[in-house]
Design a binder for this molecule. Sequence first.
Ligand code: NAD
Length: 254
Amino acid sequence: SLKGKTALVTGSTSGIGLAYARALAAVGVNVVINGFGKPEDIEKERSSIEADFGVTAGYDGADMTKHEQIAAMVEAAAPDILICNAGIQHVSPIEEFPPEKWEAVIAINLSSAFYAMRAAIPIMKARKWGRIVCTASAHSKTASPFKSAYVSAKHGLAGLVKTAALETATDGITVNAISPGYVWTPLVEHQIPDTMKARNMTREQVLHDVLLAGQPTKEFVTSEQVAALAVYLCGDDAKAITGANLSIDGGWTA
Ligand code: NAD
């Protein structure tokens, strides 16, 4: 059972990350959440995890673009379970892509997972048990135009997960990626205006002709479905699953 273990979830003040934290708490895991937002909103989420599930919930505001802050957060939390989930999107043609946006997407979606693993693996090796789950994306397996930084970061993350799995295979540690299709979260909502602009489309056209166009089920994936897969990967039944990149995308990559 996972009861009494500690999970650190990066980027968990909203969306999929918050769903991971709540789903792990629901099976008795103490959690540390991370991410940006209004202090009062974050405190509300943190305290409701404790109230709803009777576990300890902490918050660490480490910035996923700062490797020293990432290492300090991991060392303070000493997690049994590390969920690398923080991510941002930017939608633009390559020739107009702002260099600082490229750097930020690579830092938050890819490099932060490397720095978090780098700090967490020694802690997990010492315990001979650990679980690392990274939120990749259907965009770790396939591309879409105008998302060069995101697609590059997620393909890179898939490679990092495979490498970390091989390096930890005999240490009781598993490392896997979960690759969702479109999940209805603030990240998706916020890219609609830029996609409207980049493709000269209405909001409805973006929803149906772009977002759900490639998702054969024509339904958004839910954060709770993604979180349930992560909880499964953390359990003993999943100890033989390592180095995998599991799709949960309504058939997008089929
Ligand atoms: P979201 O915007 O709701 O959540 C992103 C989280 O990351 C927030 O908690 C935010 O505060 C945090 N964050 C952003 N920049 C940060 C920084 N510099 N330091 C610390 N935290 C930071 O988005 P989401 O849709 O829940 O995305 C979560 C993950 O799922 C991302 O890696 C995303 O790429 C991936 N994903 C999302 C979808 C989707 O359709 N929503 C699909 C596939 C993959």
